[in-house]
Design a protein around this ligand. Structure first.
Ligand SMILES: Cc1cc2nc3c(=O)[nH]c(=O)nc-3n(C[C@H](O)[C@H](O)[C@H](O)COP(=O)(O)OP(=O)(O)OC[C@H]3O[C@@H](n4cnc5c(N)ncnc54)[C@H](O)[C@@H]3O)c2cc1C
Length: 397
């Protein structure tokens, strides 16, 4: 049995750990944060990603925690609804999919399902990777150097494993997005409200799962010539400056952001790499191939890659080279399609001009009619674009 290190305890890390530890490998997960990171708005479970959750035996637990939502509304500065898409649009696979769950909830479910079989080390990070023909020597910031047979980077968009073993691979979409908990305003009535505030600003609030809580987001297309700041404090300050004076619910959202203990943020970006493995080191999830939150497919891609990588390792009888090559071959077309941005891309997420906002809102109002329908249908059907292999060597959960 192999000795495997996974970097990152988000969605992809615990998922691959689930399959590998379940078949008897020694699995260590190192997570940079002191605790599990439970922040975030909601993530969609679509197509093949949902099938993986089902094969893990976790669908009942996930369904219990699923958000009760009616759909998505695009509102104007006075809160008037300008366009709406119900949760049943596009057969339950529209902007709000039939199965959505708070990111923190799915992270907890995956952690709980693996905590007994996997060794979790929090508050630490890999600082050095040195591989030879037989293994990988790994140095950590806080704990002692160890040797592993394989290392899997599941440490998100800014992956340290990718930076150490692969190079950057990041394509920025020039946007900053933030997520945090806000008090429930009490009048959402199950709708996810989005306000396109102009000048490249996007504000939203959606129902949470816990009474009294809602989940908010402020997003920004970076002003020309400005880079996304790296520290959370600087990001909060930038958002506060850019949203100053904006109407709708934004003043309440800004004060919630200021006090939020779960503020999480990301530069919207994608990862494009010609290969997801280098010797004994492989990448999965956002670290390997982030499609960006604009696609709604990041979690499904992470679950699928985790399942396929583990499945190929378990069927390759210790031949990691063969397993890594097959993993790439099986997942690559699915991931390439998932990385195509929805119509409008970053400009559609946070339009700059009044005219662009009007066009975007019109597009959403008539989303289920020609010519929008076929374009969006293509986008939403990608989740199902992969017939998942069966891996006889993978134990049933
Ligand atoms: C706090 C948070 C909130 C999010 N909220 C949303 C959301 O609302 N909507 C959405 O669409 N997407 C959100 N995302 C992104 C989404 O979770 C991913 O796109 C997707 O689920 C793929 O998951 P992943 O496990 O590959 O990456 P992630 O979920 O980003 O997990 C990566 C994990 O690696 C850890 N990590 C990072 N660097 C290191 C390091 N050097 N050493 C060890 N561990 C490290 C991180 O702390 C994190 O736990 C969020 C991510 C995070 C971390």
């Amino acid at each position: 049995m192999a000795n495997i290190l996974i970097s990152g305890a988000g969605i992809a890390g615990p998922s691959v750990a689930f399959w590998l530890a379940g078949s008897g490998h020694r699995v260590v997960v190192v997570e940079r944060s002191a605790d599990l990171r439970l922040g975030g708005q909601a993530v969609d479970l679509r197509g093949a990603g949902r099938t993986v959750i089902e094969r893990m035996g976790l669908l009942p637990a996930i369904r219990t925690l699923a958000l009760r939502q009616r759909g998505m509304s695009w509102v104007d500065g006075r809160g008037r609804v300008r366009a709406r898409m119900g949760v049943d649009a596009f057969d339950g696979e529209g902007f709000i999919s039939e199965l959505e769950i708070l990111r923190g909830d799915i992270a907890s479910v995956l952690f709980d399902a693996t905590r007994d079989a996997v060794e979790y080390v929090f508050d630490d990070t890999i600082t050095e990777l040195a591989q030879d023909a037989d293994g990988v020597d790994v140095a950590f910031a806080r704990t002692q150097r160890q040797r592993f047979d394989l290392v899997i980077g599941a440490d998100g968009l800014g992956s340290v494993v990718r930076n150490l073993a692969f190079g950057d691979g990041k394509r920025s979409l020039g946007c900053l997005i933030s997520w945090f908990t806000a008090p429930d305003p009490g009048d959402l009535d199950g709708w996810y409200e989005m306000y396109l505030a102009g000048s490249g600003r996007n504000a939203s609030i959606r129902p949470g799962r816990v009474a009294g809580e809602a989940k908010a987001s402020l997003g920004l297309r970076m002003p020309r010539g400005m880079a996304v700041p790296t520290s959370r404090q600087e990001q909060k300050e930038l958002l506060a400056r850019q949203f100053d004076g904006v109407g709708w619910r934004v003043p309440q959202l800004m004060s919630a952001m200021e006090n939020a203990t779960d503020f999480a943020s990301a530069e919207l970006g994608q990862i494009h790499l010609p290969s997801w493995s280098q010797g004994r080191v492989a990448l999965i999830g956002d670290a390997a191939a982030s499609p960006s939150p604009l696609t709604g497919l990041g979690t499904s891609v992470a679950l699928v890659q985790a399942y396929v990588l583990a499945g190929e390792l378990l069927t390759a009888n210790g031949d990691h080279r063969r397993a890594f090559a097959r993993y790439d071959q099986v997942c690559r077309p699915y991931v390439t399609s998932a990385q195509e941005l929805p119509p409008g891309g970053a400009a559609g997420f946070a339009p700059r001009s009044e005219l662009a906002i009007r066009l975007q809102t019109l597009g959403m109002r008539y989303a289920t009619r020609w010519p929008m329908r076929p374009m969006l249908e293509k986008q939403f059907s990608k989740a199902a674009d992969l017939a998942l292999p069966d891996y006889p060597a993978v134990p049933e959960s």
